[in-house]
Design a protein around this ligand. Structure first.
Ligand code: NAP
Length: 484
């Protein structure tokens, strides 16, 4: 342990087979607003993961034997614990991730809602009775828990995106091992505390932080880990798909996005600008469904850019713990370097910086000015790759066909937004956009009761909605013969 980490207090524990564990080489957790370490978190090595899978496997029969209502009652009570500790948990999220405190409170609120939704869904894992082809046969289709789940979560929404996996898996009857991102391992401790407080049986929920390579390797190699669910970058998702191919492991992937936001001349401009502000700058632009490209029809273009830039410039950037801050730091200094590379490359290609464009503070700072670019070349990096920062190009277009072509011109397909007051156009666009979620005059489309996931290289499978629990169920056909 270095001198600089000696004063970081007790190592924050992992939750393994119903026990708190402070073992392993600790992860040092840094506050992105200050660049300073503020906590340490316990880790596992591969043997620990193997043991955790064995304990989850041992816990599995009793957990799956409970009724959906009984499993759901654990989720409901855990939701109540999290809700009662909203302030403390929101502060943890802001400290480890950097997002403004109000948005961290929102993340806790959405987490509570997901737990409540899947507590209810636990009762609805319906199978069906299928009419027979042969007179003396009867056919049933059963839905059964897939078994032990390895869940890998990202840092941008460290609590709620973990719960989009953990809640449906538990509801379906599957024990889960959660691997949080190394940058944000502390939110998972709160989740474990909530499950511990409500008396979840040992081994049903466990946390495993540490080397992604080692933990991932065991998830895929261990025959008792029946499902891996991952949220993160498309690059890592591809690697996990290759690994899953070797063991034919059941895999769900929630990957990167490059959402277009399309504004037509007939849109309510105020609503469209407000929508773009939220879709771009929420979570400091570090959202998989963040608007990465804004397309505005020529008749509204100048007015849109002027109003959008005025509002973006007025955003208050600062430490997420401070009152009134709209934009926090990015996750680290390297994330600002990445965004600056996108900005500078666009500018070299002829783009104009309408507002922002610079790091705030010293070279080590993780703060970036909210940035709007115009005259961006179609092949600029920011038009093709996730910037994952408060940076956005605004591009004019002429007609609906062009808007559809431009919006769909990406390997990603997670979310898309369209602003129009024309109901027919709204329908046409909603149907034409190649994305798992389309917000029509709506910048905040995600909700517990509707499916979420990606077309194209944005992923495989769906979370949330009634589809969310299906990812953790196997379908079994039972055929009865010789029925008199
Ligand atoms: P990331 O680098 O892909 O990491 C995500 C998680 O995977 C982390 O827990 C990471 O662990 C782990 N990981 C990394 N390499 C691994 C490997 N070889 N084997 C097993 N696990 C591995 O993504 P991120 O930077 O945290 O998150 C940002 C990305 O996630 C963006 O692309 C964003 O669009 C995407 N995202 C998608 C959704 C969605 O729902 N579709 C939601 C949010 C974010 P370590 O932290 O220990 O490296």
């Amino acid at each position: 342990m270095s001198d600089s980490t000696e004063n970081l207090g007790d190592v924050r524990p992992l939750y393994l087979n119903g026990q708190w564990s402070r073992s392993g080489q600790p992860l040092v957790v840094t506050n992105p607003a200050t660049g300073k370490p503020f906590a340490r978190a316990a880790t596992v090595v591969r043997d620990d993961v193997r043991r955790a899978i064995a304990n989850a496997t041992a816990a599995s029969p009793a957990w799956r034997a409970l009724t959906g209502q009984q499993r759901g009652s654990f989720l409901l009570r855990a939701a109540a614990v999290l809700a009662s500790r909203t302030e403390e948990i929101a502060k943890t999220i802001t400290l480890e991730n950097g997002k403004p405190l109000a948005q961290s409170r929102g993340e806790v609120g959405m987490t509570v809602d997901h737990l409540q939704w899947f507590a209810e869904e636990a009762r609805r894992t319906y199978g069906r009775v299928v009419p027979q082809q042969v007179a003396n046969k009867r056919h049933l289709v059963l839905q059964q828990p897939v078994g032990v789940v390895g869940a890998i979560a990202p840092w941008n929404f460290p609590l709620v995106l973990a719960v989009r996996k953990v809640a449906p898996a538990l509801a379906a009857g599957c024990p889960v091992l959660l691997k949080p991102a190394s940058a944000t391992p502390l939110s998972a401790v709160h989740l474990a505390e909530a499950f511990d407080e409500v008396g979840l049986p040992a081994g049903v929920f466990q946390t495993v932080a540490g080397s992604a390579q080692e933990i991932g390797a065991e998830f895929f190699a261990n025959p008792n880990c029946r499902k891996v669910t991952f949220t993160g970058s498309t690059e890592v998702g591809r690697e996990l798909m290759r690994r899953a191919a070797e063991s034919v492991t059941n895999l769900s992937l929630e990957l990167g996005g490059h959402a277009p936001l399309v504004v037509f001349d007939d849109a309510n401009l105020e609503q469209a600008v407000q929508g773009a502000m939220i879709a771009k700058f929420r979570n400091t632009g570090q959202s998989c469904i963040a608007a990465n490209r804004v397309y505005v029809q020529r008749g509204a273009y100048d007015r849109f850019v002027e109003a959008f830039a005025r509002q973006a410039t007025a955003l208050k950037v600062g430490d997420g713990l401070e009152e009134g801050v709209d934009i926090g730091p990015l996750i680290d200094r390297a994330a600002v370097d990445h965004a600056l590379r996108h900005i500078n490359q666009a500018v070299e290609g002829g783009a104009k910086v309408v507002c922002g464009g610079k790091r705030i503070g010293s070279d080590d700072s993780a703060f970036l000015q909210p940035t709007i670019l115009t005259d961006v070349a179609p092949d600029a990096l920011c038009m093709r790759e996730e910037t994952f920062a408060p940076v956005v190009p605004v591009v004019p277009f002429d007609d609906e066909a062009e808007a559809i072509r431009l919006a769909n011109h990406t390997e990603y397909g997670l979310a898309a937004y369209v602003f129009t007051q024309n109901i027919n156009r709204a329908w046409r666009m909603a149907e034409a956009l190649e994305a798992g979620t389309v917000g029509v005059n709506d910048a905040v489309p995600s909700t517990s009761q509707c499916p979420f996931g990606g077309f194209k290289q944005s992923g495989l499978g769906r979370e949330l909605g009634s589809e969310g629990i299906e990812a953790y169920l196997e379908t079994k056909h039972v055929s009865f013969g010789g029925v008199e």
